[in-house]
Design a protein around this ligand. Structure first.
Ligand code: ADP
Ligand code: TRP
Length: 330
């Protein structure tokens, strides 16, 4: 089974990203061949500074490796290292109805917010379809916000196959040059709250970053918003942001004990926050150390990306070849 997903190099990762997405990617590497790429071509629609782009791409690679992605088991690479993907994107664009793209939520949302759209933003789903189809991906794990992009990908694949592959059967999806991928919508029932109680998001400046400096991270944890229940009074764990975050870290037995302390009273929020900080550093300590080490080992990170690209290209070249033949470019 080939598992593929892409991550935009859009900034520092926080614990919401980890529990909501990255942890699943890392777990999935044991279930099949994982291909994970850093979507730098997609990021060109928002990042318009070359140094920033280079820095962010490198940082995402470091993040993944620090968090346990095994570059022997899984293939980690940069999207733009596979030039064929841009060619496939063009070929696919010639069978993509305009209406399909005009209906895309992400495009509509951005234009509704007053962002003046360029062609890259409009064509974004076609490039994403190329990313997926060029590796004959079986399963594509993504967040709920990407669900429509996967539907578009399947529609484009069906359109291509019906146009160019006489043996294609749309009912079974068999007999085409392009394989129809299955979406895997990652469970996001547990939205991780930020230090202000809203959804944790880098756009709200309420994050606890995975790899931030220790002192600042402790300060942010101690700054989590709580109510003004006095120390000696009983407290409600189910409306408390600190407890919601403790749930991500503490084992069930300990959580039971913490719940009892809340309900009994006599323990202040500061104590619960310190406990959360201890859990944070115990959980991410090894990853944080590895992240530091990788910072001094740029060559290693570059080598991982280079090896990853070579492996990914082997697949991409074969599929591109079939596509070229199917449309008559060879
Ligand atoms: P941000 O909101 O910080 O910009 P992204 O939109 O880049 O984060 O999200 C990247 C991934 O992390 C997505 O798969 C998303 O579902 C997940 N994610 C982001 N924030 C949270 C959160 N607070 N709780 C759970 N998952 C999250
Ligand atoms: N669009 C995705 C996001 O913003 C990133 C992405 C690009 C992707 N290409 C992909 C995800 C292919 C899965 C498969 O999160």
């Amino acid at each position: 089974m080939r598992i593929l997903s892409g991550v935009q190099p859009s900034g520092k990762l926080h614990i919401g990203n980890y529990f909501g997405a990255i942890r699943q990617f890392v777990d999935l590497q044991h279930k099949g061949h994982g291909l994970y790429f850093i979507a730098d071509l997609h990021a060109l629609t928002t990042i318009r500074n070359a140094d920033t782009m280079r820095e962010l791409v490198h940082d995402v690679a470091r993040n993944f490796l620090a968090l346990g992605l095994d570059p022997v088991k899984a293939t980690l690479f940069r999207q733009s290292d596979i030039a064929e993907v841009a060619e496939l994107s063009w070929v696919l664009s010639t069978v993509t109805p305009m209406g399909l793209l005009e209906r895309a939520h992400s495009y509509k949302d951005k234009t509704a917010r007053g962002i003046s759209p360029d062609h890259g933003l409009f064509a974004y789903p076609v490039l994403m379809a190329a990313d997926i189809l060029i590796y004959h991906s079986d399963v594509v794990p993504v967040g709920k916000d990407q669900k429509q992009h996967l539907e578009i990908t399947r529609d484009i694949a069906v359109k291509f196959n019906t146009t160019y592959c006489p043996g294609f059967d749309p009912a079974t999806g068999q007999g085409g040059v392009l394989k129809l991928p299955q979406p895997m919508i990652m469970d996001d029932t547990a939205v991780v709250p930020g230090i202000d109680g809203e959804k944790m998001s880098k756009s709200y400046s309420n994050t606890i970053d995975l790899f931030g400096p220790e002192k600042e991270t402790r300060k942010r944890i101690m700054g989590i918003k709580t109510d003004s229940t006095p120390l000696e009074s009983p407290k409600n764990p189910d409306t408390c942001n600190v407890f919601a975050l403790l749930k991500l870290f503490a084992p069930p037995e300990e959580l039971k004990e913490i719940r009892a302390l809340y309900e009994k009273g006599g323990v202040g929020y500061g104590d619960f926050k310190r406990r959360l900080a201890d859990h944070f550093f115990a959980t991410f300590g090894p990853a944080r150390q590895r992240y530091e080490e990788l910072g001094n080992n740029e060559d290693y990170v570059n080598q991982v990306l280079k090896d990853g690209a070579a492996r990914a290209r082997e697949i991409a070249v074969r599929v591109t070849d079939d596509v070229r033949r199917a449309v008559g470019l060879r």
